[in-house]
Design a protein around this ligand. Structure first.
Ligand SMILES: *Cc1c(COP(=O)(O)O)cnc(C)c1O
Ligand SMILES: [Zn+2]
Length: 387
């Protein structure tokens, strides 16, 4: 086995080639009003992995992926997204580097394809044909598209209120759409129930530990594209899987001695869906029901709360919360200055950057990266007021 799992709660290690989700020991104590404990982290035999970045790149990072062969991945271009340098915002010439990592350039137009591709490849290698997922919209449309490319069946639970484009994608890709008369958290519970009842492989974010491994590939690409560490990376946060993926990718490089420190990562949440930020320093998790225009980060109980919190505290990450007005203004500013039209959740990360800029926290000569995680065409309703 090239990899194994370690529980982020109790530390128990699991060496298995079979499907595994949460730590069986810790899962028993979970209740639905709290973030799940027992999310598993994938670890590799780092001693036997090349310690040269270019050697890893030549192998398309396979030694650091939880799959056996690159040929198990879909025949679509996953990740390998552009990193754009922005030199001017409106009339201001910038005296620092601002980079936008444009992950809307994935096959289904969101960052989620990175996770879906790895989960789907694992399924292929284990002769699994049906994959189920709960989603606010993007994870579902992503799994639907990736499964279509792989000849697999996808079953997607999603709130009926999800943006039309995302629901349409799911149907166009031929997946089975199961709309839920409720929120994402309800869809999540129903999909887990379906996995228990029917044995379908489950792609749910954080529940399936491979989602984090898929999302980490963005860190490898950023390292390749910049050839150094940025000072800051702004990441939009809902369930906390993307941000954990960014940390995990850099942590893998740290373990291999390719880098010697972590960049500062900033968790950006919508003010009206900021349950990760508001609980960062609390012992008892309490949530406020979320209600934001940024549907992809509208989450009551962040599914990867504990892992994301551990990363943020260990590596001295920072946080920013942004109002819906700031998100929509940031979306416009980004689009008119760069030609990148981002969905609200993605624009939230840029709004977080703008907040730092306003507060004088972006120093001259610094290198700043904003993850733009999804396309604006996925949610036209959110910006309808400009018509
Ligand atoms: C899912 C998603 C996010 C948030 O990722 P989490 O892993 O839930 O924190 C941000 N932006 C977009 C476009 C997404 O689809
Ligand atoms: Zn455990």
């Amino acid at each position: 086995m090239k990899f194994h799992y370690q529980c982020t709660t109790c530390g128990e290690q699991y060496h298995t080639d079979e499907v595994i989700y949460l730590c069986p020991k810790c899962e028993k104590h979970n209740d639905s009003e709290q973030p799940p404990r027992g999310v598993l982290k994938v670890l590799y035999d780092y001693q036997h992995i090349p310690h040269e970045f270019d050697e890893l790149k030549k192998k398309e990072f396979l030694p650091l992926l939880p799959i056996k062969s690159l040929s198990s991945l879909p025949n679509l271009r996953i990740g390998k997204t552009p990193l754009y340098l922005v030199q001017r915002l409106d009339d201001h010439q910038l005296n620092f580097d601002l980079y936008i990592k444009d992950d809307s350039q994935n096959p289904t137009f969101s960052f989620k394809d990175r996770a879906s591709a790895i989960v789907s490849a694992f399924a292929k290698e284990h002769d699994i044909h049906t994959i189920v997922a709960a989603s606010t919209g993007n994870a579902g449309s992503s799994l639907a598209g990736i499964a279509a490319a792989q000849g697999q069946k996808a079953i997607i639970y999603v709130p009926a209120s999800a943006p039309k484009a995302k629901l349409t994608q799911i149907l166009m890709y031929g997946a089975e759409l199961r709309t839920v008369d409720g929120n994402y958290d309800m869809a999540f519970d129903l999909s887990i129930q379906a996995t228990r009842e029917h044995g379908w492989y489950n792609r749910n974010t954080a529940f399936n530990p491979l989602t984090i491994e898929g999302k980490k590939t963005v860190a490898f690409e950023l390292f390749d594209q910049l050839r150094s560490l940025p000072d800051r990376i702004f990441v939009p946060v809902g369930d906390g899987v993307i941000i954990s993926g960014v940390y995990k990718g850099y942590e893998d490089l740290l373990k291999l001695g390719i880098i010697d420190r972590m960049p500062v990562i900033i968790a950006v949440q919508a003010q009206r869906s900021s349950n990760l930020i508001s609980n960062l320093y609390h012992d008892a998790f309490e949530y406020t029901p979320s209600n934001t225009v940024a549907d992809s980060i509208s989450v009551d109980i962040p599914r990867n709360f504990y892992m994301a919190r551990d990363f943020l505290l260990k590596y001295e990450g920072e946080t920013a919360s942004v109002s819906d007005d700031e998100i929509l203004a940031a979306s416009k500013l980004l689009a008119r200055n760069t030609g990148i039209f981002a969905e609200p959740a993605a624009a939230a990360a840029f709004a977080g950057f703008l907040k730092y800029l306003d507060q004088g926290l972006i120093t001259e000569g610094s290198k700043n990266v904003v993850l733009s995680t999804g396309s604006g065409l996925k949610d036209l309703e959110a910006v309808q007021s400009i018509l």
